[in-house]
Design a binder for this molecule. Structure first.
Ligand SMILES: [Mg+2]
Length: 218
């Protein structure tokens, strides 16, 4: 149970946590391989194989979510492709109710995302969640991905949060581990990040299946 009344600051990841990761998974696992296969005149299977090893090589780095990097690397216009499937961008259930509740109780609410600025803009235009945040901070702005301690050190300088009174929710365990090492007291792992995919079992962090679990908590 998270004691929301003791919490002053809430840090929220975007993809998979607030928004359905189906969009991102579909994009990188289907649309990009399809376009890459067409471009290089190879099969979809071969394209997936080549791409997945490229993805793996850049996981957990700023390149991973840098769409300009991928546009160059793959010779595809990633921003244009994302725009083409923006109808698949969806907010997870009860996210807006949760954000409204936080604002009503005058919590500081920040989005902390590894997403690229262009992707953040696209997603905030497509959804209505942007209005609830005191600020949205990207790892590009700070120069490090959330997987690195340096991200959190810089973040604390920018927004001055009290680690003992802060809740952070993310769907990536690796990132929560870093936040824990940095000393953020309250951590939740968002599961059902992709609404169409089963989660791998885990017990490393307390889990949040649905934001409605936090609604009755304040
Ligand atoms: Mg995420």
């Amino acid at each position: 149970m998270i004691p929301l009344k003791d919490i002053k600051c809430v840090l929220l990841d975007m993809d998979g946590t607030l928004l359905d990761k189906y969009f991102d998974d579909y994009f990188w696992e289907h649309l990009v391989p399809e376009k890459y296969a067409e471009k290089h005149k190879i099969t979809f299977g071969k394209a997936k194989e080549e791409l997945f090893s490229k993805y793996k090589a850049h996981e957990g780095t700023l390149n991973w979510t840098d769409i300009d990097f991928w546009s160059k690397e793959l010779h595809l216009d990633i921003a244009v492709l994302k725009e083409q499937i923006k109808h698949l961008i969806e907010v997870h259930p009860h996210v807006e109710d949760f954000l409204k509740m936080l604002k009503r109780h005058r919590k500081k609410v920040y989005m902390v995302t590894n997403a690229h600025d262009k992707v953040l803009d696209l997603k905030l235009k497509k959804t209505e969640i942007g209005r609830y945040f005191d600020r949205c901070i990207t790892s590009f702005e700070l120069g490090y991905p959330k997987e690195m301690i340096a991200f959190w050190q810089k973040l604390e300088k920018v927004i001055h949060f009290d680690k003992e009174k802060t809740l952070f929710i993310d769907d990536t365990e690796e990132i929560l581990k870093t936040a824990k090492a940095y000393g953020i007291k309250y951590l939740l792992l968002k599961t059902r990040a992709n609404s169409k995919r089963e989660d791998k079992p885990t017990n490393s962090f307390p889990i949040l299946r649905d934001f409605k679990e936090l609604l009755k908590n304040l």
